[in-house]
Write a protein that binds this ligand. Structure first.
Ligand code: GTP
Length: 743
């Protein structure tokens, strides 16, 4: 298939329609104070989905509970995709809502695997609060650190649920110490457990000084009793710790503490709420989702401590006017203020359905009704809201209207993830988009049979549209399509989805790491692009320095306009930037992208007639080529932070495995008869690691990893990559010559 045909097919299939099963549901109009938009986020397998299932059950949203990979083979409600149920992992974030004691809680369950991190990113972007789930055995793990970073990025208030207290070696105190030491949280218990592991009976609320038991076959009967004698002293000690910790963060309680006044229950609750909303304090709750203990009180505290949509300041950027300013959005739930909605997730559709694209929208201001006309601020295109729904996992429930603070979904909107919608074309404001990390891994991808090309293109068009971290590029040198993503698991899941959902057999190449090229030392450039071939000529000159960025910025590029005067007219700066984007696509050492450089434009030249955008674009491109010829370049690669958990007897085996893969061990933490090892290992040396770790630990070891930074590759590796690239260039040259001769 030619690249043109391929890209034509990809474009043509962008609009595959999707779900049909919307049911009509009465939408209740909640006041702002009674709304909570929350996410459940955590490291892999901490119990997010299991917890969501309990929340749905206790709130009466579902009639029966099913386990993740449970014996009944039904699977948890929020893991609706077949692959999620089979593998017992969450792949896509899923939205639902419940009513809890007069409150409307909109919930998004997110995946734990780092490969699907954009799902967490987009959810946290639109939520007002979160539950951070931590396993009482694993404590703070590598993905907990990532989630914590994401919570910080969007300044999301959160509380922590330490789960799995029924497990062997459960240790909630250690987990809390890690939250303090590893994540710098100002944390204290609000609840403590009565017993642990097989002996875990219930929880004690430190503020109310009450014991909670969860009886009945599904823990649905919450019994509140006096605290057993044996826990009374611990309760008082922990309660004191709690008040001291909050007093350090909250002015009002701090004042009382100084004057040795004893705060009452309400005053403690109020102080915690203030500190949670301002992110000064992390209250710790405990329980076991699987054993149905601790979930109902957790929900009570979600409504008590986490903010309602009006308590979180949301701003948008005024796109009109020279100086862009931020505007505070009005959270009032009415049609008075102009509508502002943010598209944070897209489902571009399955194969045999008739409705159109489903777009998840968080409403930030005003309201929207079915039939309303909206404008996409990025494209200024107008669209009609043909169908408005609320999502309950994979089920769409039709509603008539949505207001500020709601999370809903629209059918038929023409948009991309991160677009802002308004109902008044003159009201041009946009909201900050979602942080999308760059892909770190790639594989060649093709369909086995030429008859499936159309379906294959349709599948790729859909998945690249839905997931901004999944990208397809066409490699001209090797004449093949390359799928790029965040990890082997993500690409493997898409390969399986293409086969299952589109019936297309595909072949994938070996995974390849996304190497990059970066500069070693600063280098000056002075490039003149001049062309005179009859008619209008082209003239543009750019002068400046290309500098390497610091290693922490190796994955980015920067540009600075340091010109004075009019040698480079300011209207050509965007064209220069465009030229750079093109030039950075392919380095000359290995054909990989260029990054980690700063283009400092200091001077240049123009011609009154012959200078135009194209000329300056080509001049920028030429300047980069010039620096490639004369500068010293290096190849850089993504390095991962790998966390390995295994029984202590395998520590030296795991250590040598890490060293063999060129890893640098940054810490080993023993706990009971297990240890946790942290190491930085190049992603390129991680292939097949899961098989190795299993075979070196009799199947008991497990690991997770996340991207940390780009680093220069080893010298031997660098030579190998350069050699391979040169060989592939020679080969394609020979093929072209042969082709020419044939023609
Ligand atoms: N012993 C015990 N196991 C639990 C508990 N909660 C969850 N699990 C188990 O832990 C495993 C992972 O649970 P999930 O709910 O899928 O965890 P998750 O965080 O949603 O997983 P990902 O989304 O794939 O990261 C499942 O086998 C659950 O049955 C708990 O409280 N105690």
């Amino acid at each position: 298939m030619t690249p043109r045909l391929f890209s034509h097919l990809v474009k043509q299939y962008r609009w595959i329609p999707f779900r049909t099963f919307a049911v009509k549901r009465e939408s209740k109009h909640y006041p702002l104070e009674k709304i909570r938009n929350i996410g459940i986020s955590a490291h892999i397998d901490s119990g997010k989905t299991t917890l969501s299932e309990r929340v749905l059950f206790y709130s009466g949203r579902i009639q029966a509970m099913h386990e993740v990979k449970g014996k009944d083979s039904v699977g948890a409600t929020m893991d609706s995709m077949d692959l999620e149920r089979e593998r017992g992992i969450t792949i896509q974030s899923a939205a639902t809502y419940v009513e809890w004691k007069g409150h409307n809680i909109n919930i998004i369950d997110t995946p734990g695997h780092v490969d699907f991190t954009v799902e967490v990113e987009r959810s946290l972007r639109v939520l007002d609060g979160a539950i951070l789930v931590v396993c009482s055995v694993g404590g703070v793990q590598s993905q907990t650190i990532t989630v914590n970073r994401q919570l910080n990025r969007y300044r999301v208030p959160f509380l922590t649920f330490i789960n799995k207290l029924d497990r062997m070696n459960a240790n909630p105190s250690r987990a809390m110490d890690q939250l303090k030491s590893k994540l710098g949280h100002n944390a204290a218990f609000v609840q403590i457990p009565m017993g642990l592991e097989g002996n875990f009976k219930g929880i004690i609320d430190l503020i109310e000084r009450k014991a909670f038991y969860f009886n009945g076959p599904n823990g649905e009967e919450v019994c509140v009793e006096e605290i057993p004698e044996q826990y009374k002293q611990e309760t008082e000690n922990r309660r004191r710790d709690l008040i001291e910790t909050i007093s350090g963060a909250d002015e009002q309680l701090g004042e009382m503490f100084l004057h040795e006044e004893i705060p009452n229950e309400q005053q403690i609750h109020d102080a915690i709420r203030r500190c949670v909303i301002t992110r000064k304090f992390n209250p710790i709750f405990v329980g076991s989702a699987l054993k149905n203990k601790g979930v109902q009180p957790l929900l009570d505290y979600v409504t008590r401590y986490l903010p309602n949509p009006a308590e979180v300041e949301n701003v948008a950027l005024d796109e009109l006017g020279k100086e862009k300013k931020t505007i505070k959005l009005d959270p009032t739930r009415s049609f008075t203020a102009p509508f502002v909605g943010f598209a944070f997730k897209i489902e571009a559709g399955g194969r045999n359905t008739s409705a159109s694209q489903l777009t998840y929208v968080r409403v930030y201001q005003g309201g929207v009704k079915r039939g309303d006309t909206l404008y996409n601020i990025r494209t200024l295109k107008r669209t009609r809201v043909s169908k408005l729904v609320r999502m309950h996992s994979n089920k769409a429930e039709e509603i008539d209207e949505a207001y500020a603070g709601d999370i809903c979904a629209f059918y038929g909107l023409d948009c991309a993830t991160g677009d802002t919608f308004v109902n008044d074309k003159a009201y041009q404001i946009s909201m900050e988009s979602i942080f999308v990390p760059d892909p770190v891994i790639s594989m060649s991808i093709k369909c086995s049979s030429s008859t499936d090309v159309e379906k294959f293109a349709a599948a790729l068009a859909r998945f690249t549209r839905e997931d901004p971290t999944f990208r397809i590029v066409y490699d001209e040198d090797n004449k093949e399509s390359i799928a790029m993503g965040m990890g082997e698991l993500q690409l493997d899941i898409y390969a399986q989805r293409i086969q299952r959902e589109y019936g297309v057999k595909i072949e994938m190449g070996k995974p390849k790491v996304s190497f990059r090229e970066s500069l070693v030392n600063p280098i000056k450039f002075d490039y003149l692009h001049k062309k005179q071939s009859g008619g209008a000529g082209q003239f543009a000159r750019v002068i400046g320095i290309l500098e390497p960025l610091s290693p922490d910025k190796f994955a980015t590029v920067e540009f600075s306009d340091e010109t004075s005067g009019t040698n480079v007219p300011s209207q050509f700066i965007p064209a220069i930037k465009k030229g750079l984007i093109r030039a950075y696509e392919k380095g000359s050492l290995s054909g990989n992208k260029i990054s980690g450089v700063k283009f400092r434009l200091q001077d240049g030249d123009n011609h009154i007639v012959d200078s135009n955008e194209l000329a300056f674009m080509l001049a920028a491109d030429g300047a980069i080529k010039q620096t490639q010829e004369s500068g010293q370049w290096q190849i850089i690669e993504p390095v991962m932070l790998v966390e390995i958990n295994a029984p202590c007897e395998f520590q030296s085996a795991v250590h040598s495995l890490v060293i063999k893969r060129f890893g640098i061990v940054s810490g080993i933490e023993p706990r009971e008869d297990w240890f946790t090892m942290l190491a930085e290992i190049p992603l390129n040396d991680m292939f097949g690691f899961s098989t190795d770790i299993r075979s070196h630990t009799q199947g008991k070891g497990e690991f997770s990893m996340e991207y940390v930074r780009y680093c220069p590759v080893r010298a031997d590796m660098s030579n190998k990559i350069i050699q391979q690239y040169q060989q592939s260039l020679d080969q394609s040259q020979q093929q072209q010559q042969q082709q020419r001769r044939k023609n």
